[in-house]
Design a protein around this ligand. Structure first.
Ligand code: SAM
Length: 294
């Protein structure tokens, strides 16, 4: 309707009415394309049954669409200058709560328990993320004990490609594997920089993360060790797995001899590049290293 926030004209008039200037330091790029806003809510499959958390509501363009589709919406905004604006732009929706906090500092399980009238409903994250902290936000969301029904987020296209990369490509790396360990990631669609005010310098994409349909074929004995190994193996992407393992695990004669046996046992060629290994191969490798006290 004409009342909607997410279009160019309304956004500009709200910004001038409240004297809002997009803050680069907070990654503020406001969505002004009504079609894109609709497609985000559709990609997230938001329904009246859902509790939704939005990170960074801005002036409320996506929040408003979420309020129209969800049961309840909790929006977490760091910029205190936007709080009075949101109180006004979202005044018509009694199922929206805005809180002035840093998403990287909130206690998510506690917040969910306190803010949603029925915290047992399916919980979805939907957000046009501040791009400067995309990875820390995703890592935080996945590190909590919260069971997300889905996470639907806009990010820089290059980061979206890393999240959804396949082994053997240059986008494939520690971030891909950290996500794949818990979720299935898909790019829903790409978004042009012209859909925002102000336009960012990069193009964007919407990524949908869902809980894995199937369990991993093998579980790591020690998750911290697995990701230590993965980070170590991607430290020098252009070097062989063997060279990376020597810097990560050790290069004395006895360790090298043991590592050779481990690689034979898991049937991995020491000369391949680490970026060729699947998550399951990393897990097997980590587990056999662990068994060999390496
Ligand atoms: N959702 C709005 C939209 O789509 O038009 C704004 C999106 S803008 C790309 C990112 C928003 O995240 C801004 O409103 C910004 O102030 C907010 N933000 C930045 N860092 C944040 C943080 N650490 N915690 C919560 N919100 C943050």
């Amino acid at each position: 309707s004409a009342k909607q926030i997410g279009n160019r004209q309304t956004t500009r008039s709200i910004m001038s009415e409240y004297g809002i200037h997009a803050k680069k330091g907070f990654g503020q790029n406001f969505l002004t394309d009504p079609a894109i806003l609709g497609r985000i809510v559709s990609a997230a499959e938001v329904s009246r049954d859902d509790n939704v958390i939005e990170i960074g509501p801005g002036i409320g363009a996506l929040t408003e669409r979420l309020a129209q589709a969800a049961g309840q919406v909790l929006a977490v905004e760091i910029d205190q200058d936007l709080i009075p604006v949101l109180a006004k732009t979202l005044a018509a929706y009694d199922n929206v709560k805005v809180i002035n906090q840093d998403i990287l500092k909130v206690n998510l399980p506690q917040l969910i328990e306190q803010q949603f009238s029925d915290p047992t409903r399916p919980l979805k994250v939907v957000a046009n993320l501040p791009y400067y902290i995309t990875s820390p936000i995703l890592m935080n969301l996945l590190a909590t004990k919260v069971q997300w029904a889905s996470i639907t987020v806009m990010m820089q296209k290059e980061v979206a490609q890393r999240l959804t990369a396949h082994p053997g490509t240059k986008q494939y790396g520690a971030l891909t594997l950290a996500i794949e360990y818990q979720m299935e990631a898909n790019i829903a669609f790409n978004v042009s920089r012209h859909a925002f005010v102000p336009s960012p310098n990069v193009d964007s994409a919407i990524v949908v993360l869902k809980q894995r349909a199937e369990q991993l074929p093998e579980q790591p004995f020690n998750k911290g060790k697995l990701f230590g190994l993965i980070r170590g193996c991607f430290a020098h992407r252009r070097k062989s797995l063997w060279n990376n393992l020597q810097s990560t695990v050790g290069k004395d004669a006895a360790t090298k001899e043991q590592m050779k046996e481990v690689l034979e046992q898991v049937d991995i060629d020491p000369q391949i590049r680490p970026e060729k290994l699947t998550l399951n191969q990393f897990i097997r490798l980590a587990n056999v290293l662990h068994d060999s006290n390496l």
